[in-house]
Every structure is written in C-alpha cells, then in structure tokens.
Design a protein around this ligand. Structure first.
Ligand code: PMP
Length: 401
C-alpha cells in the first residue's frame, strides 16, 4: 500500500533491495507529501509566528494555527484550546506529571501506572516523586500480556490523584481497554492520561468518546516529522494547572513584580514553536486520514495475522504478549537461545531493519524475566513480502547457530 510515497523504502542497504523496514514502532518513514510541505514552507513562507505584523509572519501563523485545527479534528477534541504542541509524547507526559503534580499532588498522594509502561511514563513520575514524595502504584500484567483489571480496581484509594497508562504497548502489542480504565478512574473522580504514542498510527482516536483527561502522542510515529508531538488536555484541567516552561508566547504581561499568563493553549507553549514541523504533522495526519483507519486496520491486521502464522513456522519461536487477534502491529519475539542483538544485527545484514533490546520498558522486561527481545513492527506501507523476507531472514540466521 502506497510504498511509492516513501522514497527511503527504495534504498539499497548492503546491496539488498528493497529495504525491509520493520522498525515502525520506533519511528515511521515519511511520505513525500510531508517532506515537500515542510520544504515548501521553508522556501516560501518562513517567518516567526504570532508576533509579526508582516505578510510572511501572518502567513506562517495561519499555517501553524490551521495545523492545530487539523490535530483537533484528528483527535476530535472540542476546541483548539485543548491542543498543545510539544516535542513529542515524552514532553507531553513530563508536562502533565510536572504541572498536574504541582497543582494537585502532595506527599503521600498516588499515581497509578502499569507494568507495561515506556520509561517516559515511569521516569516522569519518578521525577515528581523526588520532588513531592508521591507513591507510584503499578497495575500488574497477566502472563499473556494483558493488564489485570481486577488488580487495577483495587489500587484506588483516597490518595489516588491520577492514572497514566499506555493505550498500546510498544513491546507486547497489547491494546489496553482504555475505555474501561477511564470509566473506572472517573467513578473514583480520578483523571486519566493516555499515552497514545503507539495507538495513534493504527487506531481511530476520539478523545471525547474516550473521555480521557489527557492524551499524548508523537508526530514521528505517525508519518510526521521528528521534534513535534501533541498534548491534548481537557480545558478544565489545563486552566487549572500552572505553565510548564516560562518564556515568550506563554505570557500576557511581564513585569518584575507580576507576570500574567497567556490563554490556552499558548500558556503551555513557551518560545518559538516548531511551526515547520506542525505543518508536517498536519500533512501526515491528513495523509493517514485520506487513506482512512478502516483501510489501515484491515491491512495491518492482515499483516499481523500473517506474521503470526509465518513466524510460528520457525523452530524455537516465542512471541510475547497476547494472541494474534488481540495484537496491534508490534511483535516482540525470541528464537531459541539466539541473543536478540545477534538476531537483529544479522537480520540487518540481510537488509531487514528490526529493533532489539529492552524497548525503553525495563520493568516490563523484568516482569517477563528477560533482558530484551527482537521486535518487528508494521506500518501501512509494509507488505506480506516484507514478512516473508523477515521469516526467511530469521530462518537463515537460525541455521548459523
Ligand atoms: N510511549 C510509548 C508507548 C512509546 O512507544 C514511545 C516511543 N518509543 C514513547 C512513549 C516516547 O515517545 P517519544 O520518544 O516520541 O517522545
């Protein structure tokens, strides 16, 4: 599907063609439409946004704010006031941990996370813990990689202030029951942050329907540029939490005695925003939307099911996480006792890009009793041929051991 939109996929690596790129959970490749829109803006529009009276500045501002509207529509947020541009999921989560923590948490208060979180959704809260001495409560996972929902319910008490969990695991491919997670938290009057880094590229997101309080995602994982991401927050929370960073854009008036802050969303956007990247992000979201998540889902489901089927033909293959039907397009595996790093390195020599290691989820690795895995993750441009190449590659590597 649409491989021709992604020039990098035509690259020859170690004399192997075509490149089999299966590291999409780390970052996706960019279609021409995204790169060209950004180049076009640099060549023909570039000027700093919001502060200029001149033509180019106004045009750049219009483009930047139109991109915010595109993000709003993509998430189905109520208002563009609720769309904050950040550098990515990591910054979005840090913003919430730091600012929500400052406004609403004190010593002994608790945040609920899960055992399958990415480090960005663990360490951000540990930084707050170091400041305020809060407690991290952890939802355990089952052996087949699902959250233990009964244990989740038991974690709530009068000190619970926020729940912060991933929508889709970047290791196990588990799609978490975020609607139930949010409903249960709300029954306890506790807000929820959803880490959407791995769900936005694959699933249709409607923040109003989910009723999440915060939602974070990264542009580069959804065919957009690096260096930009989004924090969605319900206005009622964003109004009540303090700014994250100080600087230009985020203020109304400044004096040495008293500074007043700008309206939403600018209160959280100190300094010159990456207005070129916001254009790229909007293009990427338009690109995905023009294909449609129904089509993307059918295609990626087919790839995931096919990958399970074919990978299981390999002797000694172990796939972590839920069964194929419940799996998003991320597959972590181990073959016999071949070290994941050896497997990844040798696959690379065959022109197949996978990821190896702990995938920024060391507590999850510890739970699984392993150091790391090999991970193949799919995007809309991957094909069954890519999976055949992966299977053949693994078989070749296995024979060497
Ligand atoms: N959460 C999850 C589930 C992820 O997979 C990632 C990226 N691997 C992140 C957060 C962090 O995203 P970024 O590095 O783009 O900020």
């Amino acid at each position: 599907m649409r491989k021709e939109d992604f020039p990098i996929l035509q690259k020859v690596i170690y004399g192997k063609y075509p490149l089999v790129y299966l590291d999409n959970a780390a970052t996706t490749q960019k279609p021409r439409q995204v790169v060209e829109a950004m180049t076009e803006e640099y060549y023909n529009v570039n000027a700093n946004v919001h502060r200029g009276v001149h033509f180019l500045s106004q045009q750049a501002t219009e483009l930047h704010e139109a991109s915010r509207e595109t993000v709003r529509q993509f998430l189905n947020a109520r208002s563009t006031s609720e769309i904050i541009f950040t550098r990515g999921t990591t910054e979005s989560i840090n913003l919430v941990a730091s600012c929500f923590g400052q406004a609403f948490m004190k010593e002994g208060d608790e945040v609920i996370l899960s055992e399958m979180e990415h480090h960005s959704n663990i360490v951000s809260w540990q930084l707050l813990q170091a400041r305020l001495n809060i407690r991290l409560r952890i939802i355990p996972i089952t052996d087949d990689g699902h959250l233990c929902m009964e244990e989740y319910e038991k974690l709530f008490n009068e000190r619970t202030r926020i729940v912060s969990v991933t929508h889709v695991s970047n290791v196990l491919g588990t799609i978490n029951p975020v609607r139930d997670i949010i409903r249960i938290a709300h029954e306890h009057e506790v807000p929820v942050l959803i880490d959407g880094a791995q769900s936005t590229p694959h699933l249709n997101i409607d923040v109003q329907e989910l009723d999440c309080d915060f939602f974070a995602f990264s542009g580069h994982k959804i065919y957009g540029p690096t260096g930009i991401g989004v924090l969605y927050g319900k206005e009622k929370w964003l109004e009540r939490i303090p700014p994250y960073m100080g600087g230009g854009e985020m203020i109304k008036n400044v004096s040495f005695e008293r500074t007043t802050f700008n309206d939403l969303p600018y209160k959280f956007e100190a300094g010159t925003p990456d207005y070129i990247a916001s254009t790229g992000l909007a293009k990427a979201l338009e690109y995905v939307t023009s294909i449609g998540f129904d089509t993307i889902q059918v295609h990626e489901k087919d790839l995931t099911n096919y990958a399970f089927e074919r990978l299981m033909e390999i002797e000694g293959m172990h796939i972590y996480g839920p069964k194929a039907e419940e799996h998003e397009a991320v597959i972590s595996f181990q073959v016999g006792n071949i070290h994941h790093l050896d497997m990844g390195t040798l696959l690379d020599r065959l022109g197949i890009a996978v990821r190896t290691g702990h995938h920024c989820a060391e507590p999850l690795m510890r739970r699984l009793g392993i150091e790391g895995t090999c991970r193949a993750s799919f995007a809309l441009y991957n094909t069954r041929q890519d999976i055949d190449a992966l299977v053949e590659g693994i078989q070749r590597v296995s024979k060497m051991f």
